[in-house]
Design a protein around this ligand. Structure first.
Ligand SMILES: *Cc1c(COP(=O)(O)O)cnc(C)c1O
Length: 226
């Protein structure tokens, strides 16, 4: 049912990522497309798998668990892109290859405990609230240093980069200074990954150094919830 149009939107998004990378003198393969599948039916995820996508972003642990169960045995990697509550740290460690949204020492410590228990390491990104929006999760820029410092002593949790969500704006150029700032911060702390860019502004993010873009709507169409 979705096959044709979904496959087409995937290839269009891939082309747009590649062109933005080339404009910035980067290699397209250095940008991971995380297909944000929150609110998307399992059937559509299967179509996306058939079209070659493997990494899916979810924003609710329970929804991700249900989809993972339905797709067990398939080559799917799940990323947590939404806010993670500490009491969901256990299931999150069991399910997600990467958690994009760590924003407190207490969450880091909860993840460390569960990762140790599970005998695995847990890659994470720190979410930074660069615009200082009240409504957004993430650490303010001035708390990034202390959080990165607290993470250094952990044995199982590995901070591999930074993530940010800019304020919504029709104009993608409004995101550019924030993405540039996130890259400067990642360089300062020696982090490799930058998770930035959504449907409305992923090309700007790629031009500014994104190593992962989180794209939902332009792949799967409008969702029931944000
Ligand atoms: C929903 C969501 C996305 C995808 O947004 P689109 O505008 O649909 O591409 C990306 N990142 C996060 C954190 C999200 O919650």
């Amino acid at each position: 049912m979705y096959a044709l149009s979904l496959a087409q939107s995937i290839s269009t998004v891939r082309e747009r990522i590649a062109e933005a990378a080339v404009r910035a003198g980067r290699r397209p393969e250095d940008v991971l497309l995380v297909a944000v599948s929150k609110g998307v039916a399992v059937e559509a995820i299967e179509e996306a798998l058939a079209a070659g996508l493997t990494v899916f972003g979810e924003s609710k642990v329970q929804e991700a668990e249900e989809k993972a169960r339905a797709l067990r045995g398939r080559n799917v990697r799940w990323h947590m892109v939404g806010h993670l509550q500490r009491n969901k740290a256990g299931p999150a460690v069991r399910l997600f290859d990467l958690i994009h949204s760590v924003d407190s020492v207490r969450l880091l410590e909860a993840l460390e405990g569960h990762a140790a228990e599970a005998g695995r390491s847990q890659p994470v990104l720190i979410q930074v609230n660069l615009a200082g929006e009240e409504s957004k999760y993430g650490v303010p820029e001035e708390k990034l240093g202390p959080l990165a410092e607290a993470a250094r002593v952990l044995e199982k949790v590995r901070v591999e980069g930074l993530m940010t969500i800019p304020p919504f704006d029709e104009d993608p150029e409004k995101s550019r200074p924030l993405y540039r700032r996130l890259r400067e911060l990642a360089e300062r702390y020696g982090f490799r990954h930058l998770s930035m860019g959504m449907s409305g502004d992923f090309e700007v993010a790629v031009e500014e150094g994104a190593t992962m873009v989180r794209v939902g709507t332009v792949l799967f169409g409008e969702r029931q919830y944000a």
